[in-house]
Design a protein around this ligand. Sequence first.
Ligand SMILES: C[S@@+](CC[C@H](N)C(=O)[O-])C[C@H]1O[C@@H](n2cnc3c(N)ncnc32)[C@H](O)[C@@H]1O
Length: 248
Amino acid sequence: MIRDHWNKSAADYSEIVRQELTSDISSRWQHYVQNAIHHEGTIELLDVGTGPGIFPVLLADEHLHVTGIDLSEDMIEQAKNNIKTAGIEADVFVRDAADTQFPAASFDFIICRNLVWTLERPVAAYQEWHRLLKPGGQLLIFDGEWYGHHYHADRQERFQTLARYVKDTYQVNVYNYGGEEHPDDHEMMHHLYLSDKKRPDWDISTLETIGFTIEDVHHDYLDDITGKEERLKQGDITPVFFISAIKP
Ligand SMILES: C[S@@+](CC[C@H](N)C(=O)[O-])C[C@H]1O[C@@H](n2cnc3c(N)ncnc32)[C@H](O)[C@@H]1O
C-alpha cells in the first residue's frame, strides 16, 4: 500500500521538490542542515526516504558523499533525474528504511525529511539506523505530526484555533490531513502506526530506549526556513519538529 501510494505521487512530488530547489528556500535548507551537523574530513551521509532526492542535490560535495534510499522505484527514478540535472555525484538505491542491507557502521550521518510518519515499521527503522551509524554518528530527523488533531483533544484545540486564525487573517482554508474528505489520506492515516502517537515525544523515548542520546529538539523548525507568516499564509499549520540524536 505505502509503496503504491508513493509510486503514484512520484512525478507530482518531484515537481514540488524541483520548485524548492530553484527557490531561495533551498539555500535556507542547506544552511539549516549544515549548521546542525558537525564534521571534519570526508563523510558518508545516508538520506533515508530520499524521494526525488532533495538532500543529495543540496548536500553532496567533494567532502560529503550522499547515499539516498527509498522504497519507491518511481521516486528513485525521479531522484536519478534530479541528481543528473544538478550535475552532482550521489548514489541512490531502492531499499526499505528498516532493512537497508548496508554493513554496520557504514555512515557518519543519517538524515530524513518527512519520512518517519509514513513508516510501517518505525521502531525497526530506528534500530536499523542505530546499527548503520558509526560510533559518534549523528541522526537528523525532520518530521511532523500530520494527524494528531484526529486523536488528541489538545491537538484538536490547537488545530481549530490556528485554522480560524488563518481563515480570518489570510482567507485561506488549512488542509485537513487525514480528513474523510480526502479518502486516500484518510485510509493512510488509519493504516499507519504513528498516526495516533504524540510526537516528537514518542520518537525521543523510542530513540533513547534503542541507545541514542538526544542532542537537540527543535519544534516548528520550518519557521526558520519557510518563515512563520509565510507558512500560515500557505495554510500550513502542521506541528513539525527536528531531532538531532547521537549514537554514543
Ligand atoms: C513525503 S516523502 C519525502 C521525500 C523526501 N525526503 C523529501 O522530503 O522530499 C516520503 C518518502 O518516503 C518514502 N518511504 C516510505 N516508506 C519507506 C520505507 N519503508 N523505506 C524507504 N522509504 C520509504 C516514500 O517512498 C517517499 O519517497
